[in-house]
Write a protein that binds this ligand. Structure first.
Ligand SMILES: [Zn+2]
Length: 522
């Protein structure tokens, strides 16, 4: 059996609708999942929703709903958005799922059995926005800097504490021994300095008097588990901890957790300490991505005033439905350095759509197929040696993209694959195959060039498949080429894989923008 590859996104707190930032995390994770499947790994890809805690309890109460009914109503919007974006998750976990409750209980009992829990009295400022206690140095003007509009609450409780302070040295030793553990490197450095500044024990119980919407603690009456503690454990639930030993054996430790840069404290300190306390192996890599900044994106561009009233809909579902999932997937992966902040504006999005997708890849496919059909009635049989320039270009692109995908430099993987598209378009202009076609003596040269061109498009489509699964499939089908998962990527990308099968006259791979916007407005 192939080696397993288990990856997860963070789970979304269900207090609203999914936005572009949520979509970015799912898309980038999906790209990794798809690439690993193409490499022949047995992938398990987990995403889902975080549904417990005081915020959900209060929001539900405000609408006169039971919390379960409230979350049941909000969750489908997330699933619908991820399905529209072709996110190939294997499981959508909800922290209200029965097996999650079983896993949380099993983990907590393991930590308890190992002696890492203790009762203690605690009092302090509590931010309901963060669902966390705050120390004086955390506060700005006596408020939580992340929730400046909320009043802080002074809480005094006897709580169950996780002895996190005992894990400082072990965490530092793990970071030292595993430089790949937290990426990118600037996040790793931030987390390391947090650990070195000292860890405090963590209150992990909540009295049911204040919070009833949570998972009960099996060995402590009238209390539920702190929502963050419960949420983190979803990664174990998704691998079958405490419920499916064979699956857990197969998929744990996780290869990759993908999450936002705002939750590194939870994922890079608390989570590994919890696993250590239970005697469970740590995940291999935790990757923190940056923000998709959309500050200016809601401004209307002049060209839109005639066709749209008000603001353009930035929801992932609306974007996927209007432009197709691949356009936004390509934009977010190719235009934002994975691990850094990036920007989304409609102007830039449309520019990329036209330049890269419609005029770049779309045009290359249609002109290659057009010429091959016109001059040879299909894929020409190559006569001489492989086109030296194009085959070398592809060899380099395959090596560079493979290295980049494997090390989670998704933007570099996009760029490497894209060198094929730009160079092929340049080569068509430079070599002028239409002139070769007029000279019978150059027929072999023409056959070799067009074959090389289509072979290059095929290899580019395979390399781009994780990012644009839908369009690259169309592209490969139009070329009469094998599907992305028919062979592992190292074999599939070898030169000469394009057989002499019939070509399909493709409909435009990326229709013009004005056409799309008219269609979706109807
Ligand atoms: Zn807060």
């Amino acid at each position: 059996m192939s080696q397993a590859f288990y990856l997860t996104t963070a789970i979304d707190y269900v207090n609203g609708a999914p936005h572009l930032g949520h979509a970015y995390e799912r898309i980038t994770s999906d790209v990794v999942a798809r690439w690993q499947r193409m490499c022949g790994r047995e992938v398990r890809f987990l995403t889902g929703t975080d549904e417990h805690g005081i915020k959900v309890q209060k929001a539900a109460a405000a609408e006169g709903l039971d919390p379960q009914a409230y979350t049941d109503r909000l969750v489908p919007a997330f699933q619908e958005a991820w399905d529209a974006l072709d996110i190939s998750y294997d499981r959508f976990i909800r922290t209200t799922d029965a097996d999650h409750k079983a896993t949380v209980t099993a983990l907590l009992e393991a930590i308890q059995a190992n002696g890492w829990l203790a009762e203690a009295e605690y009092e302090g400022w509590y931010c309901e926005g963060c669902e966390a206690y705050k120390t004086d140095k955390d506060l700005v003007d006596e408020r939580c800097p992340d929730h400046p509009n909320r009043e802080m609450t002074w809480l005094k409780e006897t709580n169950l504490f996780f002895k996190m302070s005992a894990f400082e040295e072990r965490l530092l030793a793990h970071y030292e021994a595993h430089p790949e553990f937290v990426q990118p490197a600037h996040r790793r450095n931030e987390v390391l300095s947090l650990i070195k500044s000292g860890l405090m024990d963590l209150s992990i119980s909540r009295s049911t008097r204040s919070v009833s919407w949570g998972i009960p603690i099996s060995f402590r009456p009238d209390s539920v588990i702190y929502v963050w503690f419960d949420a983190l454990i979803n990664y174990l639930t998704g691998a079958g901890y405490g419920t499916d030993d064979a699956m857990f054996e197969r998929f744990w430790p996780a290869e990759l957790h993908v999450l936002g840069k705002d939750v590194t404290r939870f994922h890079c300190i608390i989570w590994p300490a919890m696993l250590m306390a239970a005697g469970i192996e740590l995940p291999k890599t935790i990757f923190a991505h940056g923000w998709v900044l959309t500050g200016d994106a809601r401004k209307l561009s002049k060209s839109d005033e005639s066709t749209t009233q008000g603001e353009r809909d930035l929801s992932p579902l609306a974007i996927a439905n209007t432009y197709g999932p691949d356009a936004i997937r390509w934009y977010l992966c190719s235009q934002i350095t994975f691990g850094r902040d990036g920007e989304f504006t409609w102007e830039r999005f449309e520019e990329i759509y036209n330049a890269h997708l419609a005029n770049g890849l779309g045009n290359l496919l249609s002109r290659s197929i057009g010429m091959a059909t016109k001059y040879f009635g299909g894929v020409p049989a190559p006569v001489g040696e492989p086109d030296a320039l194009l085959s070398a270009l592809c060899t380099k692109a395959v090596a560079d993209a493979t290295e980049a995908y494997t090390t989670y430099r998704l933007h570099d993987a996009c760029a490497a694959a894209w060198t094929i598209v730009t160079t092929c378009n340049e080569q068509v202009q430079a070599r002028e195959p239409w002139k070769m076609a007029k000279d019978e003596a150059r027929r072999d040269e023409l056959a070799d060039f067009l074959y090389g061109l289509m072979e290059s498009v095929r290899i580019a489509a395979l390399l781009l498949h994780p990012v644009m699964p839908r369009k690259t499939k169309q592209c490969l089908a139009a070329l009469g080429a094998a599907s992305p998962l028919d062979a592992t990527i190292d074999v599939a990308t070898q030169w000469g894989g394009l057989s002499g099968r019939d070509l399909e006259r493709p409909s435009p791979l990326f229709p013009r923008l004005d056409q799309l916007q008219t269609d979706s407005a109807v």
